[in-house]
Design a protein around this ligand. Structure first.
Ligand code: SF4
Length: 57
């Protein structure tokens, strides 16, 4: 299950840029998960790129 730890997300916007299908802007300028899967994005790779390690896949 994909999730964004709201306590860790800095709101940098990288995940939304890399995969707008799955990540969107949520409350207080942080990322939120819009859907649990994607055929076009590598979610594990995006998780690895998150600067605050806020994305769990
Ligand atoms: S890449 Fe990480 S820190 Fe940046 S918006 Fe997404 S979840 Fe938040």
């Amino acid at each position: 299950m994909v999730s964004v730890d709201q306590a860790l997300c800095s709101g940098c916007g990288l995940c939304m840029e890399l995969c707008p299908e799955v990540f969107g802007w949520g409350a207080e300028g942080r990322a939120t998960v819009l859907k649990q899967e994607s055929e076009t994005c590598n979610l594990e790779e995006i998780s690895d790129q998150c600067p605050t390690e806020a994305i769990n896949v």
